[in-house]
Ligand binder design. Structure first.
Ligand code: CAA
Length: 240
């Protein structure tokens, strides 16, 4: 029986590429999204996967959507915590909501999604948890105290959870993408983005499919010995 994979933020950008890749790998995929109904409908038709609405910042929503997925597809084997948002501002201009929302989605979302599935993975002796961090959680970024804190937290969460579950057939890894060609990066002011691009040794933005290929690698059945690691996918922009 093919594995069941859940991808948060799975209908746009990097998440869409991950959903497509895991489907192509033969998994039964459920993609979650929180806001953009149009992109969600499009992904559902294009990839022929289950697409459900869920705000990962809300623990009750996560519990109920995961129960729904389990009743539709069976127990979750692969969880990709990809959902993330930015609310960029220097700290001296940041408001409470911008801080809070980024931490709740980008960091608390991992707890809300992982807590309901971890016991089942342990009982069944198999799991692949892949958390999408960021280059900016590794190196910090001007204007992103909220996002950098959350994404650094993702790496700490990954390491601790990897240790707790290493003997249970569960691997837990993070991927730290650099600047990838998505809507999120398109919102960076043009002049700032040009400067950032100039600092990428490979000489271009990354492609969502390049991150998705790493998820596929870490999610593979035969890949059971990499755990607690952070895979850096940034075109050489920051060598962690
Ligand atoms: N380093 C040092 N100084 C910088 C700087 C930098 N990187 N960027 C701007 N500054 C300076 C400006 O030159 C300016 O200086 P002066 O006042 O002397 O002219 C000053 O800082 C501006 O500071 P402000 O607080 O007034 O900043 P602002 O309100 O104009 O805008 C910002 C700040 C919103 C953060 C804007 O710079 C910005 O959007 N930056 C992009 C942040 C970024 O990279 N986000 C990534 C989004 S994509 C993503 O996150 C995906 C992923 O995982 C990689």
């Amino acid at each position: 029986m093919s594995r069941v994979a859940v991808v948060t933020g799975g209908t746009r950008g990097i998440g869409h590429a991950i959903s497509a890749r895991l489907k192509a790998d033969g998994m039964r995929v459920a993609a979650l999204y929180s806001g953009n109904d149009e992109a969600a409908m499009h992904t559902r038709e294009e990839l022929e996967i289950i697409v459900l609405k869920c705000d990962v910042a809300e623990s009750l929503e996560c519990r109920s959507v995961l129960a729904e997925i389990e009743s539709l597809l069976g127990p979750v084997d692969v969880l990709v915590n990809n959902a993330g948002i930015t609310r960029d501002a220097t700290l001296h201009k940041m408001n409470d909501n911008d801080w809070d929302r980024v931490i709740r989605v980008d960091l608390n979302g991992l707890y809300n999604m992982t807590r309901p599935v971890i016991e089942g993975m342990r009982a069944r002796g198999f799991g692949r948890i892949i958390n999408i961090s960021s280059i900016n959680g590794q190196k910090g970024q001007f204007g992103q105290t909220n996002y950098s804190a959350a994404k650094a937290g993702v790496i700490g969460f990954t390491k601790a959870l990897a240790l707790e579950n290493a003997r249970k057939g569960i691997t837990v890894n993070a991927i730290a993408p650099g600047y990838i060609d998505t809507d999120m990066v398109a919102h960076v002011p043009h002049d700032v983005l040009e400067q950032i691009k100039a600092g990428i040794p490979v000489g271009r933005l990354g492609r969502p499919e390049e991150v998705a290929a790493c998820v596929s690698f870490l999610a593979a059945e035969e890949q059971a010995f990499i755990t607690g690691s952070t895979l850096t996918v940034n075109g050489g922009q920051y060598l962690a």
